[in-house]
Design a protein around this ligand. Structure first.
Ligand SMILES: [Zn+2]
Length: 374
């Protein structure tokens, strides 16, 4: 999922921005410039409203960044490494390499974000008081008040007790502390997350039906997002428990059928795809692996060209995210599989193809493990 670009690096943490963030930025600026500021400062002209909107959106952006950094800095203080921060639609995510080791640390980490948002709200409140008392122009008061309200809203939204929101993490920390079982705690906390997601979607639908189109779409959108995140983070935890530490070497398919690089599509269909019924094959020449050819690649070639097109012309050339060593961990394989869009990894040791492993293989391993060990 490469939908982000690198913005900067602060405190040794790379900060990335997801492209979806610009949708929000645009919406925020537009609604401030055309709705909110014309209402608070009707005497100013349109240009001033747009300028105020841009300044406010940038300060909001800085506030969200501060929220994420306070999570990350507390994490780093507790020896958890943070791979990076990505800002996207509803704020941000700090990517932790590992889950916190104890409920106490998880609590501190989760609480740090909303604490920062409320602190910033206080700062903007103080600034707005200062603007008022010093008799500064009214627009300064409008901007600082807006940021105070938004930081309170960000703090409150994140405190909603549904995992993976901060409030859900706080809830999970408490449950983990009392139940002494992180899986059960995560299951309950993400259950709350899903409940909250349903509530948002239901409320969104209600808004939609009663004519509040934008608000309705927004709520449903946020609901979907929370639902997805709650599901994904629970799945990841359970997966981790059953398959991390498993070397993939024992679970690969050996005796891989390969396609010669110069073979034409016409022959390939009968002799390989139909005969072995696989969706993809490694492409080789002189024992050297050149890439992976999938059925999808073939479908992109017009039928008239099938006689002159070779495997090599249309295969996906070998990349780092298509290969893995036999000693690799199943979780690592899963991460690579999710990224490479081939659904398969070539298992290679010292330039020799040992076998192939697919997403399905790992999921089956997971299913059987979880059946046996409960
Ligand atoms: Zn947060």
């Amino acid at each position: 999922m490469k939908r982000s670009f690198h913005l900067t690096t602060l405190f040794n943490i790379p900060v990335e921005i997801n492209y979806t963030w610009f949708i929000i930025l645009g919406l925020v600026v537009y609604s401030l410039a055309r709705g909110y500021f014309p209402y608070t400062d009707p005497d100013l002209d349109q240009f001033s409203h747009w300028l105020m909107a841009v300044i406010s959106a940038l300060l909001l952006f800085a506030s969200l960044l501060a929220h994420e950094f306070s999570h990350s800095l507390v994490a780093m203080h507790n020896k958890l490494s943070i791979k990076g921060i990505t800002l996207f639609v509803f704020g941000g995510v700090a990517h932790m390499e590992n889950e916190p080791q104890s409920p106490g640390i998880e609590f501190k980490m989760a609480a740090a974000g909303p604490a920062m948002s409320f602190f910033l709200a206080l700062v903007f409140f103080a600034l707005s008081l200062a603007c008022y008392n010093l008799g500064l122009p009214h627009f300064a008061l409008s901007i600082t008040q807006y940021l105070m309200i938004l930081n309170i809203a960000v703090g409150l939204f994140n405190l909603i007790p549904g995992f993976p929101l901060d409030g859900g993490r706080i809830l999970r920390a408490a449950l983990w502390h009392y139940l002494r079982d992180i899986r059960k705690a995560t299951a309950i906390a993400s259950g709350f997350g899903k409940g909250f997601a349903f509530f948002l979607m239901g409320f969104g639908l209600f808004n939609l039906l009663s004519g509040a189109l934008i608000a309705g779409i927004w709520l449903i959108f946020i609901g979907f997002f929370v639902m997805e995140a709650a599901d994904a983070s629970y799945r990841q935890l359970v997966m981790k428990r059953f398959i991390s530490g498993t070397k993939i070497g024992d679970y690969i398919t050996k005796d891989v059928i390969v396609i010669p690089a110069e073979m034409r599509i016409g022959r390939m269909i009968d002799e390989y795809f139909l005969r072995y019924r696989h969706h993809s094959f490694p492409v080789v020449r002189d024992d050297q692996i050149l890439g992976i050819l999938t059925l999808h690649d073939i479908k992109l070639v017009p039928r008239d060209n099938w006689l002159e097109t070779t495997a090599r012309d249309i295969m996906k050339p070998l990349r780092q995210d298509m290969v893995i060593g036999p000693q690799a961990d199943a979780m690592e394989a899963l991460a690579k599989l999710a990224a490479n869009q081939v659904g398969r990894l070539l298992v290679i040791e010292r330039d020799k193809l040992l076998g192939i492993i697919s997403h399905k293989d790992i999921m089956r391993l997971f299913e059987i493990r979880s059946e046996i060990e409960g």
